[in-house]
Design a protein around this ligand. Structure first.
Ligand code: DLL
Length: 433
């Protein structure tokens, strides 16, 4: 089934002419209202009058996460705050988060795209959607919530955590659709096994999982353990939140990207050159309908390829292959985006700690763990055990407060973390997704 036939099955030539009109409108709008874009479009010669075809998109400079940081919190907004009805944020590369604002129309469009996504994943009116994405600044919870309501499903706004209660509700309320990170779904399965809950006896039929990378083998494990179809959903807060793209249940082969709202490109992450369809590289997205914070050629840092072949489901929107990594050092730990530089800035603000550290990420059972090895200085090292314990607690709290992730801290002797001659190897990621 298709939620919005007019747009989802629009012939390619009509789609491209719609995209061009919307691209021209958005370029004109940000040129008029956002000083950052007025400067960058003027400097590159891509002023609104120069955008005459979709190919002219290439004339426009990229927007980077750093640009968002430099515009913190509101400088990239294209509408005055009186028009902004919602604000979300995600991890920035250092201390400050990346902030996004939505007008009422943005929220409506987001709900529309999430509704399309739910239906593509086989969810309909009458379904009971157990939404265990986090509610809050993270876009997962509210994004899925509004889309499920729009479809007419009954949403249970669980948010994350409290796993035993989640299982009780899932059993008692007869949840049919689960939305959460793929790793959390496996944790639910693990706790269910401990509690003697058999997923085969539950009503759950489909899971819509995203916000972190997951492999085909993880998909199989989830499908077996939870006795469901597992669907991959993609999104990022800068562009909107969840629902930028989704697999259809008919093909489960690549994620349809809602092209009447977003124009995708694939570039070589080193040179910035645009690559042809089918080649792997970094996904760049231009938002063509967003009002609050439209972004031109935003470098997502996510690695994929565009699959242009028509899909058996009848949707005409291009698909992207499942995401296979990032071109920067962002880590996703239990669904939380973490940049090593953020951890570094927390550590550097703490007395007694040396600027040498290593992050060790593992998976225990189904959950990611983060251990931070930090060197302390001679003086601190010869301190009493209780002071060292207090220091590591202090670091844990500071990290939790700043990033929202729980970690273990291991204080190590001065000069024990291997020094490297080139780039420091600060991250050891032992997870296999
Ligand atoms: O994770 C939005 C979201 C919520 C997507 C719920 C899907 C479901 P951010 O916190 O801004 O937004 O993180 C965005 O997460 O650039 C990718 O690196 C990664 N990511 C998101 N979905 C997938 C996926 C949300 N399906 C960043 N596969 C993105 C792999 C994903 N990585």
């Amino acid at each position: 089934m298709i939620w919005n036939n007019t747009f989802e099955t629009m012939p390619r030539d009509e789609m491209e002419s719609l995209q061009l009109t919307r691209l021209q409108q958005v370029v004109a709008r940000v040129y008029a209202t956002v000083p950052f874009y007025r400067d960058s479009l003027t400097k590159s010669g891509a002023t609104p009058d120069k955008i005459r075809s979709l190919d002219d998109l290439r004339r426009i400079p990229f927007t980077l996460k750093q640009d968002m940081r430099a515009s913190y919190p509101y400088d990239l907004f294209a509408e005055p705050l009186e028009q902004i009805v919602r604000i979300h944020a995600s991890s920035g590369t250092t201390g400050k988060p990346t902030v996004v604002g939505y007008t009422q129309r943005d929220i409506d469009n987001w709900a529309e795209m999430m509704a399309r996504s739910f239906v593509a994943a086989g969810t309909h009116k009458g379904d009971i959607v157990h939404n265990a994405y986090g509610y809050g600044l993270f876009t997962g919870g509210l994004g899925a919530h509004y889309g499920a309501e729009k479809v007419g499903a009954s949403v249970i706004p669980m948010s994350g955590g409290n796993t035993r209660k989640q299982l009780m509700i899932m059993q008692d309320f007869g949840s049919t659709v689960l939305t959460c990170t793929p790793s959390y779904s496996l944790f639910l399965a693990e706790v269910a096994a401990e509690e003697g809950i058999d997923f085969k006896k539950l009503k759950l039929k489909v899971g819509i999982f995203g916000a972190e990378p997951w492999s085909e083998s993880m998909r199989q494990e989830i499908e077996e353990k939870l006795n469901i179809e597992a669907i991959d959903i993609y999104g990022l807060s800068e562009i909107m939140g969840p629902g930028v793209g989704i697999e259809c249940i008919e093909a489960q082969n690549g994620l349809h990207l809602w092209e009447d709202h977003f124009i995708p490109e694939i570039i070589d992450p080193d040179t910035g050159e645009v690559l042809p369809y089918g080649e792997k590289g970094e996904l760049v997205i231009t938002t063509i309908t967003k009002e609050g914070i439209p972004l031109l050629r935003y470098r997502t840092r996510d690695i994929t390829r565009i699959l242009p072949e028509p899909c058996i489901c009848g949707r005409t929107h291009l698909r992207i292959e499942r995401l296979s990594g990032r071109s920067d050092d962002m880590l996703i730990i239990r669904g939380v985006n973490v940049f090593p530089s953020q951890i570094e800035s927390v550590l550097f603000g703490i007395k007694g700690v040396e600027p040498h550290y290593q992050l060790v990420i593992d998976r225990e059972g189904t959950l990611d763990t983060l251990e931070i090895k930090v060197e302390v200085n001679e003086q601190t090292f010869s301190d009493e055990i209780k002071n060292l314990q207090a220091l590591s607690n202090h670091i844990c709290h500071a990290i939790k407060e700043m990033l929202g992730v729980t970690c273990r801290v291991r204080l190590v002797e001065p000069k024990t973390i291997v020094r490297s001659e080139g780039k420091a190897k600060r991250v050891i990621d032992n997870r296999k997704t």
